[in-house]
Design a protein around this ligand. Structure first.
Ligand code: GLC
Ligand code: MG
Length: 553
């Protein structure tokens, strides 16, 4: 194992203000030409990511998986899915990233595994009452012949959260719980073997160089063992499976493990919770280091709402001494260029809108303004691959090509998440736009719009007004701006309604105009960077839907 040299405390706490870029391996870059992104593709593009100016890469699951939920159904954490590559390649990738000063975050999915995981196969084969079944939630059905599910829980992806198994002799048997797809049986965290195995998985990846983990569905692993029926519109407190107090024990032991390394590893949680106090519990000093700020992601493009969310975020994080985080997109939500181009700019998982009137030009202008806003706020930022190219949600994917289990399990009433997962355009005039090499044996796993010819990384490189140039400039300035790396933050009083204005350290301030009309710019400050392409730094006014970074003269 490589020895670690000691590092000063601020460097050791790199996650506190890092920009973390999410790589969705299936859709990033395809090195071997099978139409599916892979580790070879990522390795070839590491210089692009370093040049972009991010600090860390978070990889959505790359482990062996039948891909029933795009890798969030893990069959074996110690192997890389053959579609993506090999463990040796993952190790090489991590070493190459480190050489470029990029940290690596891997994904872990404690709530469930794949139905092809050895444990589940063994549990099904072993039959009712076997010890192997205690790693999951197997229960006899209700009704005269056990033909009804053990309770009324519904899957997050639609339909009942239970599937019936057959007994080893072929007769209908017990049911098992899956809060997501049937291919994702839930684990029983009351069983110490489940805990032990996950800690071994964490060590496996930490020992190989991972600098942290992103924890999937982090509020859900602990269950009420009584598995009671409940009304989802008026759930009991505590909820039978969301945010139960005992879930925190898991992360306390993970934190201890992360701290046992000389260079402590970071724990980053996917914590979808409306209550900021309950949210902050996950970030107590002996639990996770950071969690995605979904309130911000979900917030409308509205100054008062954003200010409320920013204040609530900063207060909740301050209460536990954790850094705030800012995020606009990921592999589960409608791309924000599209969201911001709609009349209703909020996002709710249950309200995934589809083909409503969208003004992509407006969405793009706001996406640029939003980037400067969140890069200027104190804390860390998460970027989702393709947002630096200004990509929008692809809404015209033919039904027969859609792969997301949400689409299939809801009979298409929820369009699902394929539209934000379309393979990236890198170069050239037509699909696969350099996603796959010349002479590839298969087209990209989801079709790319022809209009992306103008949005490839190649087409945007060196163009002063492109989204890619804007991201590179903004990320570079964020890194070098001293005022953005301290704890200083304060709202500036003197601005018009609909204008968000705040100061950070060192004479730095940020102004975002969402007022619907031009707003005056302060006379005593210079514009360092503006979100509107072609903005005249000598202008006296800030156009609508525009953000500027300023330095006091
Ligand atoms: C998380 C992931 C999502 C996945 C789900 C089940 O929400 O981000 O993509 O489908 O968990 O693992
Ligand atoms: Mg491939």
């Amino acid at each position: 194992m490589p020895t670690e040299t000691s590092v000063p405390a601020e460097t050791a706490q790199w996650w506190r203000d890092a920009v973390i870029y999410q790589v969705y391996p299936r859709s990033f870059a395809d090195g071997d030409g099978d139409g599916i992104g892979d580790l070879t593709g990522v390795r070839e593009r590491l210089p692009y990511l370093a040049e972009l100016g991010v600090d860390a890469l978070w990889f959505s699951p790359w482990y062996a998986s039948p891909q029933a939920d795009a890798g969030y159904d893990v069959a074996d954490y110690r192997r890389i899915d053959p579609a993506f590559g090999t463990l040796e390649q993952a190790e090489a990738l991590m070493a190459e990233a480190h050489a470029l000063d990029l940290k690596i975050i891997v994904d872990v999915v404690p709530n469930h595994v794949s139905d092809r995981h050895a444990w589940f196969q063994e549990a099904v084969a072993a039959g009712p009452g076997a010890e192997a079944r205690d790693l999951f939630w197997f229960r006899p059905g209700r009704g005269t012949d056990g033909e009804l599910p053990p309770n009324d829980w519904q899957s997050v992806f639609g339909g009942p959260a239970w599937t019936r198994t057959a007994n080893p002799d072929g007769t209908p048997g017990e049911w098992y719980l899956h809060l997501f797809a049937p291919e994702q049986p839930d684990l029983n965290w009351n069983n110490s073997k489940v805990r032990e195995e996950h800690e071994n998985v964490l060590s496996f990846w930490f020992d190989r160089g991972a600098d942290g983990v992103r924890i999937d569905s982090a509020t859900m692993p602990a269950k009420d063992p009584a598995l009671p029926d409940f009304d989802p519109d008026a759930p009991p407190v505590p909820h039978p499976y969301i945010d139960r107090d005992d879930v925190h024990d898991i992360y306390r032991s993970w934190r201890a493990l992360a701290e046992s390394y000389e260079r402590p590893r970071a724990l980053i949680g996917e914590v979808w919770l409306a209550d900021p106090v309950r949210f902050a519990h996950y970030l107590r000093p002996d639990e996770m280091h950071s969690a995605f700020n979904f309130d911000y992601l979900n917030c409308s493009w509205d100054a008062a709402e954003l200010r409320r969310v920013i204040d609530a975020t900063l207060a909740a994080h301050a209460s536990v001494g954790a850094p705030a985080s800012w995020v606009l997109s990921n592999h589960d939500v409608t791309r924000h260029v599209t969201r911001y181009g709609r009349a209703d700019t909020s996002f709710g998982l249950s309200l995934r809108q589809h083909q409503v009137l969208t003004d992509l030009e407006l969405g793009t202008r706001r996406a640029r303004a939003a980037l400067l806003l969140d890069l200027a706020l104190p804390g860390g930022c998460y970027l989702y691959q393709g947002e630096e190219l200004g990509l929008w949600e692809v809404e015209d994917i033919p039904d027969e090509l859609r792969q997301d289990p949400i689409f299939h399990r809801t009979g298409g009433t929820d369009i699902g998440r394929d539209g934000c997962r379309v393979p990236l355009p890198w170069s050239g005039e037509r699909p696969p736009f350099g996603f796959s090499p010349e002479g590839a044996s298969a087209p990209p796993w989801l079709p790319q719009p022809q209009r992306w010819a103008a949005y490839t990384a190649q087409a945007q490189s060196g163009r002063p007004e492109s989204m890619l140039t804007f991201y590179r400039t903004a990320l570079g300035l964020r890194r070098s701006e001293r005022g953005l790396h301290g704890a200083d933050f304060g709202w500036l009083p003197e601005h018009a309604p609909g204008v968000l204005a705040f100061g950070r350290g060192d004479g730095f301030s940020c102004l975002a105009n969402l007022s619907g009309t031009a707003a005056p710019l302060p006379a005593d400050a210079d514009v360092i960077l503006a979100s509107a392409p072609g903005f005249d730094p000598g202008a006296a006014e800030l156009p609508d839907d525009t953000t500027v970074w300023l330095r006091r003269r």
